[in-house]
Design a protein around this ligand. Structure first.
Ligand SMILES: C[C@@H]1O[C@H](OP(=O)(O)OP(=O)(O)OC[C@H]2O[C@@H](n3cnc4c(=O)[nH]c(N)nc43)[C@H](O)[C@@H]2O)[C@@H](O)[C@H](O)[C@@H]1O
Length: 439
């Protein structure tokens, strides 16, 4: 190569060198962003995943409440780095008892909720999607197994605290022969955990923030909290609580089935009942005033409440009389009942109603039940109740609470929403607290 040529090549190389250096710096920074490293300001950068689970005995609607706590928490974590909330699959749940519709486990959130809508509050992903991304095993770097302090109150004072200590009860994780830690993990075999720590915890979920930030730096970017029901809401009934709650729209199919039933049996639809909402929850305004369909709804919690809360649960006869009286006062004749009671109990309830009043229950075909499962049937009932002219719930049932919230979002008058059945010997029992939405 002659001299002229070489000079020319060098002239080209100088900008090429600067160009390469520039992109190298950009790439390195991007790597810092991607690789979950700790960068200058001590923040965790890169994608971190938070998984959580609850005490297996908890039901669907308490689980929805815990989701709100965790979603608000992850939103705060996001101020310190890129965090994604991994949605724990549904099932099996103790209250999902139908045996004729197959296994009710490993169910994704999209079966019940509009996950695009959830995403508008905080980054979420289904566990199954994370598992298919990981191809092989998903390694949880650190798992915090929360437990209550044996004595939460010291000198009569309640204070927020946490402490890493010995496990009070043996956590449901075990070391396998090859040294890996395994657990139930929603029935997935492909998940392992590197380290499990028991943490006695008392306080708001916010208190977990330093623990999570510290450990994601040291241990890695996949962290899990088990017994996620132990931390309290940071701001129960506050703006963020309601944002997450409003983002929890149900799946299209469940709204569709509820609309079909309302139209066919209750002559009710969103337009005439003034129960329409904008398609995006962020466009909702406080100025909504629902009227509701021409029916009364009662949620009659039975099963374990019959013995666990016997002093607060009405007999079927009293429940029928209460529903009938309410319908009469509102000049209505249709009564819809959502219940986990048996067929015989519902027949009994019906027998206590005067012929003037018609009782409606949601009893879908086998094909629909097999499709939407017990969880879907319950949600359809909740949607129907949330659009009734008047609602009466069961004492301290989270199933009733979720209906009340839905009615708050739709803008029903409080006295048509925050009601509950009293027990037979207590006609004037205390009515539910009015948790008004804040926007
Ligand atoms: C005492 C506690 O009560 C808590 O229940 P509670 O707040 O009512 O409400 P959940 O936590 O949802 O649990 C009750 C479950 O029972 C079914 N269920 C209750 N009411 C109805 C209904 O009207 N229709 C249909 N289709 N299903 C109903 C449904 O699967 C629901 O998720 C439980 O989470 C705890 O495990 C514990 O049992």
């Amino acid at each position: 190569m002659n001299r002229k040529h070489r000079t020319h090549r060098m002239a080209v190389s100088a900008p090429l060198y600067t160009f390469t250096l520039f992109w190298l710096i950009v790439l390195l920074n991007t790597e810092c962003l991607r690789g979950s490293q700790v960068c200058d300001r001590g923040e965790v950068l890169g994608r971190n995943y938070l998984l959580y689970d609850l005490n297996p005995a908890e039901g669907f609607n308490l689980r929805r409440d815990v989701f709100i706590r965790i979603a608000v928490f992850v939103k705060k974590l996001q101020q310190h780095g890129d965090w994604v909330l991994v949605l724990p699959p549904w099932g099996p749940l103790p209250h999902w008892k139908s045996k004729d519709i197959g296994d009710q486990l490993k169910l994704p959130w999209k079966n019940f909720f509009d996950t695009e809508s959830l995403m508008k509050y905080v980054s979420i992903m289904e566990l199954s999607d994370l598992l298919s991304e990981k191809k092989k095993t998903l390694l949880i770097n650190q798992l915090f197994y929360l437990q209550h302090f044996p004595d939460g109150w010291e000198n009569g004072k309640w204070e927020e605290k946490y402490k890493f200590e010995n496990c009070i009860h043996k956590p449901p994780y075990r070391e396998t022969k090859d040294g890996a830690m395994k657990g139930w993990f929603w029935g997935y075999d492909k998940i392992q955990v590197r380290n499990v720590s028991c943490v006695s915890f008392q306080g708001h979920v916010n208190k977990l923030l330093p623990i999570l930030l510290e450990h994601s730096k040291i241990s890695g970017n996949v962290i899990m909290i088990d017994r996620g029901e132990i931390p309290l809401h940071d701001d129960y009934g506050g703006v963020d609580y309601w944002k997450v709650r409003r983002s929890m729209r149900y799946s299209f199919k469940l709204y569709f089935l509820a609309s079909q039933f309302r139209l066919e049996f209750l002559q009710s639809d969103d337009e005439s009942d003034l129960t329409s909402l904008p398609s995006d929850w962020r466009d909702e305004t406080a100025e909504v005033a629902a009227k509701g369909g021409d029916y009364v709804c009662g949620h009659l919690r039975r099963q374990d409440f019959l013995y666990g809360r016997s002093s607060d649960i009405p007999s079927l006869k009293l429940a029928a009389k209460k529903l009938e009286k309410t319908a009469m006062l509102l000049n209505l004749e249709k009564i819809f009942v959502a219940s986990d009671g048996t067929k015989q109990e519902m027949e009994k309830l019906k027998s206590y109603l005067s012929p003037k009043y018609q009782l409606y229950l949601y009893q879908p075909s086998f094909e629909i039940r097999r499709d939407i499962l017990d969880g879907g049937v319950a949600i359809v009932e909740q949607i129907i109740c949330s659009r009734a002219r008047h609602f009466i719930g069961s004492f301290e049932s989270t199933f009733s609470f979720r209906i009340q919230e839905e009615r708050e979002i739709l803008g029903f008058p409080s006295n048509s929403t925050f009601n509950r059945f009293c027990a037979d010997d207590n006609d004037s029992c205390e009515q539910p607290a009015k948790w008004k939405k804040i926007m």
